[in-house]
Design a protein around this ligand. Structure first.
Ligand code: ZN
Length: 643
């Protein structure tokens, strides 16, 4: 654990304008600094630094945070590594961690093993490249293979392609002579032992692809066999090691990361050569899942860079259907998924070669289509006029739509699918509701009632239920008000913060957004110690909190496009009516909470009905009546807008 005082020291020394200034050229604008956003493409600057608040905010793409958030975002680092990165840059002493001797020893052993494996992989990468370029067999077989595929020399260099000689132990001998231990070479999967105990090269007569970590270091290899041989696998891959976890890596991400950030888009392909060929065609925002089906960790990795994925398919129908489950996972993660199909018999590699860079990029732009639309048209071509197949098709498409977490997107897809398949919208809604209800019931570990007679109301019910989970305007609004007015006077209370926290505690309002929850806890602590200093939260050691606060702090800018001029006026206006604002925000929060309680009570009532528990039913009815009264009181208060 890094102490908060250390974090404060680092952020204090590393001024936001200096940290960002190393990456972005900034110009002074009043009290702030302005530059071109490094996270999206723009011609007029909308990336703003507030040195006084210690935050940045882009009015183009919405990215916001403190200096640590900036380094996390720009260098693609986690929180602690980002802090360390800044500490090193500004020569701030990094604290030694206090952990138990045992854990420390194990951690050190793992670290040493990782470092050793890294050194061995560096050596192997260099060896395979040397063989490819300087060895007779390497150039005759390996290099000529890559050249036949149309790979240019600079691309072969960039991706560190290589070759392993078709020899029993040429690599083994070279590595051992260079002083590398047999045990670690074995762990790295570079050498193997036969049943007779003889040591031999794991990759023999194969062209070599290096798999790089996000840092660009070689962490694994894949060797492709060139001769068609039913006894040998086409690819041999590195085993799992301390350094390499297959399900956490995407091939090509190191080379693609900046292009993904700039374009806000990533192409997902299957093979190593697809990635390389597309780079050659100038499309650099591309990664491969390396033949395996997508994992949750890989999807999380993609989400760190972008929400927009386009999956490229070669024109093989069986392959497409097999990978549709992976796409459902992408949808479920909230990603926007497009797909693109290549003509029959073509894959990105072959198609790139045929079309050349310009034709290829144009094909990508013109032929991307939305996944749901793609799936619908693909399956309906399959089903023809067969009614049973058509029923299955509808179920199948509906299943994908139900995975989309965003209710608005879902309803768009429903409309579109209803037109494409000539099915009534209501039918699709009912089916999707059924799936969502099952999922929610599983999550909530309870049965959610299904009023069969009123499908339309039911949809609203489900929607509302989902809204409770995702909509937290009311909670965010409370944080916004605290940020601006926490220490201002409030009649009967120490200050505004004291009032808000007391109200929340008194009404037992459960805060659902975990970030808001933690922020309120912090404010509570500060309040007990004296004054509330919201600015302190900008440096909070939870990066989600600092990012959230930076967003909230820059919110009032967004109200006015000419914030430079209007900033002061706006604040005056806000302060003028802060009491009114706080009152209505608290009302909205209470209203939301009451609605939630009503829902929970209804569920309990339904269960009681099923169990025939008369006493409980009566009790629930009383609670219901009370809550409904409370709701109507809250709704009629002035300024309570119902979202
Ligand atoms: Zn931006």
């Amino acid at each position: 654990m890094i102490p908060q005082s250390k974090i404060d020291e680092i952020i204090d020394v590393a001024r936001i304008e200096e940290v960002v200034g190393d990456y972005v050229s900034l110009k002074k604008r009043g009290a702030n600094l302005l530059g071109l956003c490094p996270f999206h493409q723009e011609k007029t600057p909308s990336f703003t630094i507030s040195p006084a608040k210690g935050i940045y905010k882009c009015f183009g793409c919405g990215k916001a945070g403190n200096s640590v958030n900036f380094i996390m975002e720009y260098e693609h680092l986690d929180y602690i590594p980002a802090l360390k990165f800044i500490a090193e840059k500004y020569q701030i002493e990094w604290p030694e961690l206090q952990i138990s001797d045992e854990a420390l020893a194990e951690e050190k052993r793992k670290q040493r093993e990782k470092e050793s494996l890294q050194i061995i992989n560096n050596f192997a990468e260099q060896y395979f490249a040397n063989i490819l370029h300087a060895d007779e067999e390497g150039t005759a077989i390996g290099l000529s293979y890559f050249e036949e595929r149309g790979f240019r020399p600079e691309i072969i260099q960039k991706f560190k392609l290589g070759f392993a000689k078709d020899s029993w132990d040429h690599f083994t001998q070279t590595a051992i002579a260079a002083g590398y231990s047999q045990e670690l070479l074995m762990k790295a999967g570079l050498i193997k032992q036969s049943e007779q105990g003889k040591i031999y090269d794991a990759y023999r007569g194969r062209v070599m692809f290096t798999i790089h970590a996000l840092s660009g270091k070689p962490i694994a290899f894949a060797g492709r066999f060139l001769k068609p041989d039913p006894k040998s696998p086409k690819y041999v891959n590195s085993p799992e090691t301390e350094l390499y976890h297959k399900s956490n890596e995407l091939y090509g991400l190191y080379f693609a990361r900046n292009a993904i950030s700039k374009s806000g888009y990533v192409y997902l392909v299957e093979g190593y050569t697809d990635v390389i060929q597309m780079h050659q065609a100038g499309v650099e925002n591309v990664v491969a899942s390396s033949g395996t089906s997508l994992t949750e960790n890989q999807i999380r990795l993609i989400k760190r860079f972008t929400d927009n994925v386009c999956v490229l398919y070669d024109g093989d129908a069986a392959g497409i259907k097999a990978s549709m489950r992976g796409i459902d996972m992408l949808l479920e993660a909230g990603l926007n998924v497009k797909v693109l199909l290549f003509p029959d018999g073509e894959d990105p590699d072959s198609f790139c070669k045929k079309q050349g860079p310009l034709g290829f990029s144009a094909y990508l732009d013109e032929n991307k289509q939305d996944f749901i639309r793609f799936k619908t048209s693909l399956l309906s071509a399959d089903a023809g006029s067969d009614p049973i197949k058509n029923a299955e098709l509808i179920k199948d498409v509906v299943q994908s739509i139900a995975k989309v977490p965003d209710a608005f997107k879902r309803s768009g897809f429903i409309k579109e699918t209803s037109i494409a398949l000539k099915v009534e919208e209501q039918l699709l809604i009912t089916e999707i509701n059924r799936l969502l209800r099952n999922k929610l019931s599983q999550q909530a570990n309870t049965t959610i009632p299904a009023p069969d007679d009123q499908p339309l109301n039911y949809e609203a019910e489900i929607k509302q239920l989902l809204d409770v989970q995702v909509h937290d305007h009311q909670e965010k609004d409370i944080v916004r008000l605290l940020l601006h007015f926490a220490n201002l006077p409030m009649e009967g209370y120490r200050n505004v913060a004291h009032f808000i926290l007391s109200e929340i505690a008194q009404d037992e309002i459960e805060i659902e957004n975990p970030v808001v929850h933690e922020i309120l806890n912090e404010i509570h602590k500060q309040l007990e110690a004296g004054e509330v200093d919201m600015q302190k939260l900008v440096n909070h050691m939870n990066p989600d909190i600092s990012r959230f606060i930076a967003e909230m702090l820059s919110l009032h800018y967004e109200i006015s496009p000419n914030w430079e001029h209007k900033f002061d006026i706006l604040i005056d206006k806000l302060e003028d009516k802060y009491l009114e604002d706080i009152d209505s925000a608290m009302n909205r929060l209470k209203l939301k909470n009451t609605e939630k309680l009503i829902k929970l009570n209804k569920e309990e009532m339904l269960k009681a009905e099923q169990d025939g528990n008369i006493e409980l039913i009566t009790n629930c009815l009383k609670v219901h009546q009370h809550l409904m009264e409370q709701k109507s009181q809250l709704s009629t208060k002035p300024g309570t807008v119902i979202f």
